[in-house]
Structures are given as C-alpha cells and as structure tokens.
Write a protein of this length. Structure first.
Ligand SMILES: [Zn+2]
Length: 591
C-alpha cells in the first residue's frame, strides 16, 4: 500500500517535471554604474505558450517579517517577446503583465537601485554589491517551483562571487537554483571580499569578509567550527553540502539573517580584538547557524513554502526566533566560549528584562509573533508599554521549558530532545511545517507531562515568570535585590537633541505616565532648577511631589508629578553549592 502509492507519486512527479521543464528561466545581473548604486537585471523565460505572463517581485524577505515593497526600487522595466517589443502593464504594486501573445521566448530587463545597508536589503557601491535575492529577482506567476540559472557579471574591478547557490561547472560566476524558494534563500556577495574556508561536521564552510577588519582568520576557522559542531550534535546531522557566511564589516555593525545554506552577518570592523566584541560575533554566528535547523528546516507551518506577495502569519516566532536566541547561549557554553556562571547570568538577565517589560503584561508571545509585521518591525514610542519581543520572551520560555523537561524526566531528557524529535518528524519525515498544537504535543510526549498550564500562562497568557521555582529545580538560587525596597521611580526617559532635552519614552503606570508628561515634551526645569542632561531624582523619596516644567508645542506648561515606587526587579543568580542530587541531575542535563 505504501510502496504502491509512492510509486504513483514518483510517476506523477516525473510527468509533472517533464511538462514543467519546458519552461526555462535564466537571469543575468551586471553592473554599469555601481558607484550610483545600480544593477542591471535581465530575465529570460523560454517555453511559454500563453497569451501573457505576469512577473512579480516579492514584497518581503523571509526571516524579516515586514512588507518592504522591493518593487519600489525597480525602474526601466522593458519586455520583448521572440526579440520584438511587446505591450506590458503594471497589474499590482509588485507585478507586471507582459502580453507575449503565445511567443515562447520573453526577455525582461530592469534596473535596480540598491542603497539600503542591512542584512535583508541589497546594497551596491563602487566597492561591492550585496544582492538580497528577494529584492533582485522577479518570478513568473505560478512558476515558483521552476528551476533557474543566475549569471553574475561582476563590475570590471571585482573578481569574486560568494553565495550558497550551486555553481555550474565550467561557467564563471554562474549558478543554479532548483526552485525560487532556494533562489530567494540565497543572497549573493560580489566584489573583492576576503574569502577563507574551514571544514566542520564534514561540511565545507566558506567565509566571505567584506569591509576589512581586525579579525584573525586562523582563530575564526577554529572557533566557528566549534559552533558548527555543537549545533550538529543537537540534531544528529548537518544537512548541507556546503555553507557560506557573508560577513559585512562596518564601522559599527550587527544583525544577521538566516538562509538555507548561508547567512549574512553584520559586524564591527574593529570589534574582533576585544573579548566582548569577539564573543558578540561568535554569538551571532551561533544564532544564525542554529537557524539552519530551527526555522529554515524545522519551521512553523506558515513559514514555507512562502507567499511572497503578502504577510505570512504564525503564532510561533517565539520558537523560531526565541529558542534560537536561547540556543545561541547554549552553543556558546558547550563550545567553551563562556563559563557556567556566564551562561546562568545571561539567562537570568533575559528573565530580568522580560519581567521589567510593561508590554509583557499586555501582549502574549503568541500575539507578538502574529503581529510581528505591524508591531515588532514597526515600533513606536509606546512599544515597550504594549508589546513584548518574541526574541526575549521566547528565550525565557526556552529556559523554562528546558528546565521543566529535565525536571519532569529526572534529568533524562531536555529541550534538545524535543527539537531533534520535531526536526525528524516534521522536516525529515513529513516534509512540512508544524502547528502550535503539534509542537506542544511533542513537548508533552518527550517530557511525559501536560504543558497545558505552561501554554495558558506563558505562551497565550501574560503570567509573571516564576523564576525562583524553575531555576530552583536546577539548584540555582535567584533573588530579587529590589525586593522590599521602596525606590522612587519617575518612569521618564529622555535624550539630548540639538541642545534640547526631549522626552523619548514614558513607562506605563509610572509617575510621569499618571501625572501627564508626554513623549516629545522638552524638559525645562524641575522645581525651578534647569534640567542639564536628564532628570536626577537625587535624594527624593516616594511620595514627594516635583514641579516639572516642559515646553510642549511651543507652550510652557508645569506638571505636578508625585513620585511612586518603582516595580522593577533586579535579579541575581548563584549556583547552589549544596544543591540536591536531583537538582544536579536536572542542571547537568539542561547544560
Ligand atoms: Zn534569528
């Protein structure tokens, strides 16, 4: 029964592939004016039989949950069919309809302006081109499963191309993508980047460094390999044939974006020499590398295959991103870059930060995931009061879940077992994404206990984090140094702009919130004393009243503000030297 239906599937697939393989898609990207930030793109489609073809530019880049409208950077769109000019028109913000009138060969040309520095947008100047594929290549509507070839013609002073795409043997700077999902998941760096390689977990890794910097190649080869090996150990396999790190070194840089067999990292050019800077870079490497399993393969059901024309909604970014933020710390510890104490301190800092986020009492982490498109990626002055980051809260939930699984199984299992089982079940066996219910079911299967109250309280709810209980399971004492204290708290943040002190944030339910200070107010004086750089409460006490004079839209106003006590926690952790054997078992498994 199983074999028969599989055979049927193979026949259907091969018939489908023969029919589809009549259509051929090829791109050529060249650079006439890189100094003005332009690329010329040519797209050749052959094997067409219809009256028209719609070509579309994605509106977003997977991994970065914001509609970015990449088609806004396209100009000079032009089309010919069988060598002759044809009519075309715009039919959607990101789509052009080319009336090819059954002609088999359609050639489309356009110019692309690229001047936004980030890991998910293209940037071109006289020194290099970074091509973020979703904003470069158009796809013929309905043909996302088609293979394509990409030929890069570097500018005359450039001599290298770095990408995760498969090279075509014998053809310079020419690559193939088995389908558009792979093409869109493969950024391309063109220029004179410094390239070096290392082997880890049996996979060749290439590092392409743009922008120079004080990095030590030999040291990076050894240390990046350790991270690769720790990640591979969790999942039991490394699914790539080769992997490419594209690193952009800037005066101040950061951030990264994950791809199937590559990543783009932003780094600070001269940050590699300090311990903090170096570990920060390795942390980023660990984060993006871990994503090759968690989110690029093991993924929420909405995240692939993608809809490139619209938002793709999921309530699970707390697993996709938050757990990755958690695992970057685990990989750093297991690779020996941080101590047990550093590890615990980092985790307690994460709990501390979420506990002190007012928005964590308003928005659940499932809601935060779903609304990433309109909230996390579009923050405003009130975001801290109304939203929680699925990175930060997801990291905390990773910690709690990991400890709870180890506790429930007396140290026999951990979150690693859940992640590996999910990878095997949904990516490898079923070849699809998971639902929230399926993720919860796997946690329950591995731990042997119900996680319904965990989900109600922490995933779909906004309950306070029981840090003493969870860390206590692992023999770690966490205490709040602010407990029992009455510390006056104004709840106002400000910044100096052009010599003026401007209010930039008001914390929910704080003294400033209750008594009416607003964001954008210019701070003039407190009790008649001019504000120099920010408000200093000095020896003021809870219950004292201040007169804060502000300039609001050109009008002077005085506000009486009565100081309330702050509600923030200040958590510190310590490994309990007298922890029970049971707690030590949990700790050992968790670490
Ligand atoms: Zn991430």
């Amino acid at each position: 029964m199983k074999k028969a239906s599989l055979l049927g599937l193979v026949i259907l697939l091969s018939v489908g592939m023969t029919a589809k393989s009549q259509v051929k898609i090829g791109f050529e990207v060249s650079f006439k004016e890189p100094q003005a930030h332009y690329a010329e793109v040519e797209m050749n489609i052959s094997g067409l039989t219809k009256d028209y073809v719609d070509v579309k530019m994605p509106v977003w880049a997977p991994g970065s949950y914001l509609v970015r409208e990449f088609s806004k950077s396209v100009e000079g769109f032009n089309a010919t069919a069988n060598g002759k000019p044809v009519k075309y028109e715009k039919v959607r913000k990101n789509a052009w309809r080319v009336y090819s009138a059954k002609a088999s060969n359609v050639k489309i040309k356009y110019r692309l302006y690229a001047f936004e520095v980030s890991v998910r947008t293209s940037f071109i100047d006289d020194s290099h081109a970074f091509l973020s594929s979703t904003g470069v290549f158009m796809y013929p509507d309905g043909m996302l499963k088609q293979p394509s070839t990409v030929k890069i013609i570097p500018f005359k002073t450039w001599n290298k191309v770095s990408t995760g795409l498969e090279p075509v043997a014998g053809q310079a700077f020419t690559y193939t993508a088995a389908n558009f999902d792979i093409l869109y998941d493969s950024p391309i760096e063109v220029g004179n980047q410094d390239v070096f390689e290392f082997m880890a977990s049996g996979v060749k890794h290439e590092v392409a460094m743009y922008g120079g910097g004080n990095y030590d190649k030999e040291r990076l080869k050894v240390d990046m390999a350790k991270i690769v090996e720790q990640g591979t150990a969790i999942y039991g396999e490394n699914p790539n044939k080769h992997y490419t790190f594209i690193v952009h070194n800037f005066s101040v840089g950061g951030g990264g974006l994950e791809h199937l067999n590559s990543t783009v990292l932003g780094a600070s050019r001269n940050g590699y020499a300090s311990k903090e800077g170096y570990n920060g870079f390795l942390n980023l490497v660990a984060h993006e590398y871990y994503h090759l399993w968690n989110v690029k393969r093991l993924r929420p059901v909405a995240l692939g295959p993608f809809d490139y024309d619209n938002e793709n909604y999921t309530t699970n970014l707390w697993v996709a991103e938050g757990f990755t933020a958690y695992y970057e710390n685990k990989l750093m510890r297991r690779a020996g870059f941080i101590s047990d104490t550093d590890f615990v301190n980092q985790l307690v800092t994460a709990v501390n930060n979420v506990s002190n986020t007012h928005g964590a009492k308003v928005q659940s982490v499932a809601e935060a995931s779903y609304d990433a498109w309109i909230k996390l990626y579009r923050p405003n002055e009130n975001s801290a009061n109304t939203t929680v980051s699925y990175y930060a809260k997801g990291e905390v939930l990773g910690i709690l879940m990991d400890i709870e699984i180890a506790q429930a199984t007396q140290g026999a299992k951990s979150l690693d077992d859940v992640m590996r089982a999910m990878y095997n079940q949904y990516y490898k066996k079923l070849g699809r994404g998971y639902t929230d219910a399926e993720f919860k079911a796997m946690v329950e299967q591995v731990s042997g206990k119900s996680f319904t109250s965990f989900w109600d309280k922490y995933v779909n709810g906004t309950g306070p984090i029981e840090y003493e209980k969870y860390f206590g399971y692992a023999g770690i004492r966490v205490k709040d140094e602010n407990a029992g204290k009455s510390i006056p708290y104004l709840g106002l943040s400000s910044k100096k702009t052009e010599g003026k002190i401007i209010v930039s944030g008001i914390a929910r339910n704080s003294s400033a919130w209750v008594d009416g200070i607003n964001v954008n107010d210019e701070l003039i004086s407190v009790d008649g004393v001019p504000v120099q750089s920010s408000i200093d409460l000095g020896d003021k006490k809870v219950g004292d009243t201040l007169t804060i004079r502000v300039l609001r839209d050109g009008i002077v106003r005085d506000f009486k503000v009565t100081l309330k006590a702050g509600t923030s926690v200040k958590l510190v952790a310590e490994l309990d030297g007298n922890a029970s054997d049971a707690a030590l078992k949990v700790r050992k498994r968790w670490f």
